[in-house]
Design a protein around this ligand. Sequence first.
Ligand code: NAI
Length: 464
Amino acid sequence: MAQYDVIVIGAGPGGYVAAIRCAQLGLKTACVEGRDTLGGTCLNVGCIPSKALLHASHQLHEAEHNFAAMGLKGKAPSVDWKQMLSYKDDVIGQNTKGIEFLFKKNKIDWLKGWGSIPEAGKVKVGDDIHEAKNIIIASGSEAASVPGAEVEIDERIVVTSTGALDLPKIPKKMIVIGAGVIGLEMGSVYARLGTEVEVIEYLDAITPGMDAEVQRSLQKLLAKQGLKFTLGAAVSKVETGRNKAAVTYTLRKDDTEHTAEADVVLVATGRKPFVDGLGLDALGIEMTKRGQIATDAQWRTNLPGIYAIGDVIEGPMLAHKAEDEGMACAEVIAGKHGHVNYGVIPGVIYTWPEVASVGATEQQLKEEGRSYKAGKFSFMGNARAKAVFAGEGFVKLLVDKETDRVLGCHIIGPSAGDLIHEICVAMEFGASAEDVALTCHAHPTFSEAVREAALACGDGAIHA
Ligand code: NAI
């Protein structure tokens, strides 16, 4: 039995990053992981495999819709689904092995198995008990079922994102319950591959919490790509037959009940913290009302020496939020000043076009009664975007009316997920729209649209 300075439970983006930073800071570190590979949900059954399938299906979409216009003639490629899945698995393998290499490089012990905490200072993995001065719980999240509905997930016909990434064949019809990030990303993949996709959403808009203009724009663009939306619909039941499932929902506007059938039903109605088997109850770890581990601003639980980060605690369930917490928590344990700026955490949806946002939405600023200016620029005025059939969408920059300080940014358009980081950096530096507007941006790049939105906050965009 080894003695460690830190044992991290969970090797997802929160846990493995925490472990690497702990080791870099000179702490003797181990990381417990029960999956066969490192990387957690993100690398194995989440962010990374979905991006592989989004990339592959986007290539098909380009071939079917835009190649001919560029003089690339001939039949669009047909889909070899098995090969597409094996490409996806290869991408997973490269990334999970990469983390294994980083563990070795940083001399982090991988304790294989599912961990529990019998008492503060001890972590049990299988029959072994390991001692640690500090424990970081980074056990992530799991798919939540449809609230208040009778649904049995079999990962065959009624699936979560995990099953949706590994379907034996491309379904003819798929019903997606929930128009959040997972529903729209996976719905996009299958719509591009020829599946009839219907998205059933409880609220009257897609992507809750996003800027309302972006929501409307994204819905319109996805509808053009073939996704059908049924909004304001509460799902009450999913009944599974031999090769099909029937989804019953009530339209909230007139209280009428409807049923729709599909070969596959994807349940994408959120995720919940995964704390099974950790023994938190017996330990007396304080939880929030929403089943998350309660922590202070430096990720300490109520028990000395036990910390928690990522999806198991409050805040957006995002890999990069968990990573930031992992690094900062390691620094706190090492006696440094770890800090996460929760006001500057970008959110990205990897549809086509991409959607990205950071900071306040217009709705939030209105609710706060804050006086603000909005500078908006359409990708139609961006030469590079037009050259690659990506003129739809816009950048909207929100700034304080008096000080011109950047308060938020909402982008729907090509490479939005990369463009947003210019504004993240600007916000971290307390920049004004003028600072962004006066920064030279290379031509022709998509990033010029961000600068134009900043110019629109002042004397006006040039290409509008
Ligand atoms: P979500 O919270 O983004 O969306 C769930 C949707 O389901 C909401 O729009 C909600 O109104 C709807 N809903 C809830 N109950 C319903 C019902 N009875 N009938 C119809 N609709 C209902 O959750 P999602 O998409 O499952 O994602 C889970 C987590 O994973 C999120 O926190 C998300 O941020 C994260 N994630 C992030 C990604 C990214 O950053 N690109 C990719 C995938 C997941």
